[in-house]
Design a protein around this ligand. Structure first.
Ligand SMILES: Nc1ncnc2c1ncn2[C@@H]1O[C@H](COP(=O)(O)OP(=O)(O)OP(=O)(O)O)[C@@H](O)[C@H]1O
Length: 316
């Protein structure tokens, strides 16, 4: 395992009494990256994250963290990992500092380094003003920060955040996303979420899991490419016939909208019809008034990928 690969997951399976929740999942997490682990509810994200965190045993497969096998050397492997579960493990009756002191001991931070580790986690997670308050009295956004502080207290090389913005208001969501980006300067991050724009906003790379299987691994740039326009809305002063539009190279189908506009479909990896469209509109006097490329949303790509998988499965 090279120094740049912090986590290596190989052929992971997890069964719950006959039901296969994670099927043959393999991936790496590299130094310095924020990896988005994206999937709908019930896809197998939490199960995978729990296995990585060492709180759930896999049915088969291997997880190595900083080159330590999670099953053979659990203590050494877990030292390299911080975990914020979907429901943060908080003690509401403790103050923030008391709770983090408890977490520092749990993580076996040497006694003479505990105070420094607590102060650093408090500062990095923006908890200074609430450090003496009871956790139970904090807002959900601050409670989530405390959850993140416990995940980083032992300076792990990778942190796993499972749905860290669920249940937060829009301002808290923005703040937590900023915090994650800040943390990524020192830690690699696995961000497990079902929120597509969250992955786009924060991550470098994305993996999509559906029904326990990884169905896509790509960079965010690659994902953007998949979102490139496959249709163009056009409006003309003197509209041509649909047949004339169909004759443009690259156009695969033409739809007429109720408001008189046309939607021209094309294929992303084939000839782009726009240049010829503009030239013909000028040459043939169609008076082009509007030309709007329509990008595929991440949702559409997600649905397309997951539906293709589902139809392939049902065909077997
Ligand atoms: N303890 C369990 N016993 C039985 N089945 C389980 C258990 N935990 C999860 N499952 C099932 O395994 C599958 C994957 O669940 P998992 O919680 O990993 O998905 P998820 O992607 O995290 O979804 P969510 O975002 O809803 O938590 C689901 O079908 C779920 O019902």
């Amino acid at each position: 395992m090279t120094q740049d690969i912090l986590i290596r997951v190989e052929q992971l399976y997890r069964y719950y009494s006959g039901h296969c929740a994670v099927k043959n999942v393999s991936f790496d997490v590299r130094r310095g990256e924020i990896l988005g682990f994206l999937g709908p509810n019930g896809a197998g994200k939490t199960t995978t994250m729990q296995i990585l965190a060492g709180s759930l045993a896999p049915s088969s497969g291997q997880v190595r963290i900083n080159d330590f096998d999670l099953l053979d050397k659990p203590k050494r492997a877990k030292q390299g990992l911080g975990y914020l579960p979907e429901t943060p493990p908080l003690y509401r009756e403790l103050t923030v500092t008391e709770y983090l002191a408890f977490c520092a001991r749990l993580n076996r931070i040497p006694r003479n380094q505990q105070a420094g580790a607590i102060t650093s986690a408090i500062n990095r997670c923006g908890l200074k003003e609430v450090s003496k308050r009871l956790i139970g009295n904090l807002s959900k956004g601050y409670q989530q920060r405390v959850g993140i502080a416990q995940a980083i207290i032992h300076s792990p090389s990778v942190i796993i955040l499972d749905e860290p913005t669920v249940g937060l208001d829009p301002i808290q969501i923005r703040e937590i996303r900023e915090l994650i980006r800040d943390l990524a300067q020192e830690h690699s991050v696995i961000l497990s979420t079902h929120i597509l724009p969250e992955v786009q906003a924060i991550c470098d790379r994305v993996q999509i899991i559906n029904q326990g299987k990884l169905v896509l691994t790509d960079t965010i740039a690659g994902l953007s490419q998949r979102m490139e326009a496959t249709s163009t809305l056009v409006r003309f002063g003197a509209p041509p016939t649909a047949d004339a539009l169909m004759s443009i190279k690259g156009v695969t189908s033409v739809e007429r909208e109720k408001d008189g506009r046309f939607r021209l479909h094309s294929q992303p990896d084939k000839q782009d019809p726009v240049e010829e469209l503009v030239r013909r509109a000028v040459d043939e006097g169609w008076y082009l008034r509007e030309l709007t490329p329509e990008r595929r949303t991440l949702e559409e790509i997600f649905v397309a990928i997951t539906q293709t998988e589902a139809s392939q499965e049902s065909a077997l």
